[in-house]
Ligand binder design. Structure first.
Ligand code: GDP
Ligand code: IMO
Ligand code: MG
Length: 443
């Protein structure tokens, strides 16, 4: 396969923190500049909110690019696909008037190599999360972890197998026998019925079939033909299975490397990496959070930022911007550009503390502890910047931002080592500004 020179670069876009940074909104804005948006990891644990002229969409499995006419969405092999969640999402988008079709020239394509989530994955996860004595992760309970477990164990069902009734029947029978036995023995769970499961999933498979293709070939051919791809990350860098705050992480490679393994497009064909960071930090579920705020200021951020899970509705924990974490995230992803979202949420803060280093055993360091227990001994070192105390909501020109808001952004840029390419001042597509170098880079 020849590798023609690309006119416009492909890019990975990912969450630089613990998820919910506003990736959905930013992917939607940038999809104008890309031919294809490809999801590379995670599943319907994600909730990506897009607001287009007041109309709200929350996408979970389907890449945000499908909302843009002319842009194709690809669900890559690194994703774990729940067939029922996928079909429900397709239906929701169609009901909203969007032409979400499969087929050779359709807007949406699913990898034949993506792994399938089945009901026993949810059963096992629910039982494990609630079992006495087990470490609770605070998962989304969508069966994500157990589905990736089966993948790595070489025991999973891939989309290509879902489409083959005889393989599907055998797989469901064997898996149900095994999982029912384990879940009952360990957690006392009631068994699932393989016959009913086969009937439901064989029916779902027929509806999914038109969307399925070899997406590694599709993406590489598209790039060779001069098209560009935006690789859409889910979750965030610190939720990555290798690089995150293990074990309080998700079960996939949400960092930039995941874009390569999760789609079958090699690193030399990807031009740049864009990290999305909030102007502060949030986290959902359990796990360390050095800059978490447990007073009124945290409640203010939660209220102003509407920090509740896009899908689960769980309140998000809120904290001040953590630069050691952002620098680490930029390092492991080779992040070149940053997008700073939710600037408007800080409009009422009189002062804004920013964590510039970690003090561990009296020494200031930038090193993130590998051992999650090590986070307990971190004392964040803060620099307090003045708040701007005026509205930035909806501002679309950098020069119109209050000078103190500009100073806040310049501080982040200088300290994080990545260039700020884009700033978001509200949830709607239009409440955005692109910085000159970034817009030129995207072409
Ligand atoms: P994702 O998972 O990274 O796509 O983020 P979520 O959609 O889960 O959460 C981000 C939330 O912030 C959504 O409700 C967005 O509509 C909202 N949002 C995104 N950018 C901005 C912004 O600049 N300002 C405000 N106020 N809200 C934003
Ligand atoms: P988006 O793409 C925030 C968190 C869960 C839990 C941990 C493991 O919307 O940013 P899982 O169900 O994946 O096994 O849960 O990861 N988590 C997220 N947090 N945003 C997400 O996605 C998340 N996806 C998973 O809360 O702590
Ligand atoms: Mg989200």
């Amino acid at each position: 396969m020849s590798q023609a020179k690309q006119s416009r670069p492909s890019a990975v876009i990912l969450g630089a923190q613990w998820g919910d940074e506003g990736k959905g909104k930013i992917v939607d804005v940038l999809s104008e500049k890309f031919d294809i948006v490809a999801r590379y990891a995670g599943g319907h644990n994600a909730g990506h909110t897009v607001i287009i002229h007041g109309r709200k969409f929350v996408l979970q499995l389907i890449p945000c690019g499908v909302l843009r006419p002319g842009c194709r969405g690809v669900i890559g092999n690194g994703v774990v696909l729940d067939p029922m969640a996928f079909l429900a999402e397709v239906k929701k988008l169609r009901d909203a008037g969007l032409p979400v079709e499969g087929g050779a020239n359709g807007q949406l394509v699913v990898s034949n190599r993506a792994q399938v989530i089945l009901p026993y994955h949810r059963m096992i996860e629910l039982a494990a999360e609630t079992a006495p004595g087990r470490q609770t992760i605070g998962t989304t309970r969508r069966g994500i972890g157990p589905a990736y477990e089966d993948k790595i164990h070489r025991n999973g069902l891939r989309v290509i197998d879902l489409l083959n009734p005889s393989i599907l029947r055998t797989h469901i029978n064997n898996a149900c026998h095994e999982k029912n036995t384990i879940a009952h023995a360990l957690f006392g769970t009631e068994p699932l019925d393989p016959k009913q499961m086969y009937e439901d999933y064989a029916r779902a498979a027929e509806q999914i079939a038109p969307f399925v293709a070899d997406t590694a070939v599709l993406l590489n051919d598209a790039i060779t033909a001069g098209q560009n791809v935006l690789f859409e990350g889910a979750q965030g860098a610190l939720l990555d299975i290798d690089h995150g705050t293990y074990p309080f992480v998700t079960s996939s490679s949400s960092t930039a490397g995941g874009a390569v393994t999760g789609t079958g497009v090699g690193p030399t064909r990807i031009g740049t990496v864009i990290g999305v960071t909030k102007a502060y930090v949030t986290r959902v579920g359990e796990g360390p959070f050095p800059t978490e705020i447990d007073d009124h200021a945290g409640e203010l951020l939660r209220a102003r930022g509407q920090e509740y899970g896009a899908v689960t509705g769980r309140p998000r924990r809120c904290g001040w911007l953590d630069l050691p974490l952002l620098r680490y995230s930029n390092m492991i992803n080779s992040t070149e550009w940053l997008v700073v979202t939710k600037m408007d949420v800080m409009d009422e803060c009189a002062e804004i503390p920013v964590c510039t280093g970690y003090k561990i055993d009296g020494k200031v360091t930038d090193v993130i502890p590998a051992d999650v227990r090590g986070f307990k001994s971190i004392q964040p070192v803060y620099t307090t910047l003045p708040g701007w105390k005026s509205s930035t909501e909806g501002i679309t020109e950098y020069d119109k931002l209050p000078k103190k808001a500009q100073a806040y952004l310049e501080f982040i840029e200088n300290e994080s080592g990545a260039k700020i390419g884009m700033i978001s001042t509200g949830p709607d597509r239009v409440q955005t500004m692109l910085q000159p170098g970034f817009a030129e880079m995207l072409g």
